[in-house]
Design a protein around this ligand. Structure first.
Ligand SMILES: Nc1nc2c(ncn2[C@@H]2O[C@H](COP(=O)(O)OP(=O)(O)OP(=O)(O)O)[C@@H](O)[C@H]2O)c(=O)[nH]1
Ligand SMILES: [Mg+2]
Length: 250
């Protein structure tokens, strides 16, 4: 069972217009500082925030109750001119949790009116979450034959494929910067990752490594996923044949 909390700025479109046309730099600074604060507040509660299209946030919030969400909302409301709505949902897969959060907001299932929180909180908070950390093997060597923008185009092409492939497995993919991706994974998504790696190797000549982590909180799952990825690198760098997928669980 996975719990997702989706944070969305309320009335953002109309508010941006109030800034006039010379606004883009202001919006970029606002989005960056909002992301920094949201990541800080949730990581302090052992969650990880995934940036979605720069103005929306997906938090894997396993183990977090309504009271903790209210606590975070109070800090955000004090810190920013704009305000956020939180929709919480849970389900057997990350995609289902996202649907439930979406339904909760659409059907106005209010959890806390004053602080704009909607949806459903999982009251059996002992379920684990699986995160996969995928990274291009030796991107540095590609930099020798491709310019910075060409690398970006390759990475975004890969992101597009990954997002589509794992969505079909009810898993959610996020781009983390550089050549790093994280997938909030269903069981099916986790079991299909080797197939994805093989497909990308055959079709695009891109080699990927994948570290998998499973734990009760998303921060711990991400820590284990990154540790798994680093383990693959260590095996490779010691001269042994490396696995492409490595998994750790708490
Ligand atoms: N989000 C995130 N970005 C990282 C992490 N480690 C590295 N990066 C970014 O990824 C870029 C590429 O670094 P690497 O993946 O280490 O380089 P590489 O040549 O592909 O080396 P290997 O992945 O070890 O094969 C870096 O410039 C960073 O921007 C990480 O743990 N998380
Ligand atoms: Mg890499």
């Amino acid at each position: 069972m996975i719990q997702l909390s989706i944070l969305k700025i309320t009335g953002y479109g109309p508010w941006t217009l109030t800034l006039g046309s010379d606004r883009e730099h202001e919006l970029q600074m606002l989005q960056a500082s909002l992301y920094k604060e949201v990541q800080k507040l949730f990581s302090e509660k052992n969650c990880l925030v995934f940036l979605n299209r720069a103005d929306e946030f997906f938090v894997v919030s396993n183990g977090l109750g309504l009271d903790e969400h209210i606590e975070i909302q109070k800090v955000l409301e004090k810190s920013f001119d704009i305000h956020l709505a939180i929709s919480i949902g849970f389900g057997d897969t990350p995609f289902d949790a996202n649907l439930k959060a979406y339904d909760g907001k659409k059907n106005k299932l209010i959890l806390n009116e004053e602080h704009n929180i909607f949806g459903f909180v999982n009251n059996t908070p002992d379920s684990k979450v699986t995160i996969m950390h995928l990274d291009v093997d030796d991107l540095t060597s590609q930099r020798k034959s491709n310019s910075p923008y060409e690398i970006t185009s390759i990475i975004f092409g890969l992101y597009s494929k990954m997002s589509k492939y794992f969505l079909e497995k009810k898993s959610l993919t996020f781009f983390m910067g550089g050549d790093n991706f994280m997938v909030i994974a269903s069981e099916n998504g986790k079991n299909s990752v080797q197939n994805f790696i093989d497909m990308v190797k055959d079709d695009d000549e891109i080699s990927l490594n994948c570290g998998i982590g499973t734990a009760f909180t998303s921060r711990e799952a991400v820590k284990l996923a990154t540790k798994s990825l680093d383990t693959i690198r260590e095996i490779r760098d010691s001269g042994k044949e490396k696995p492409e997928v490595y998994e750790l669980s708490c």
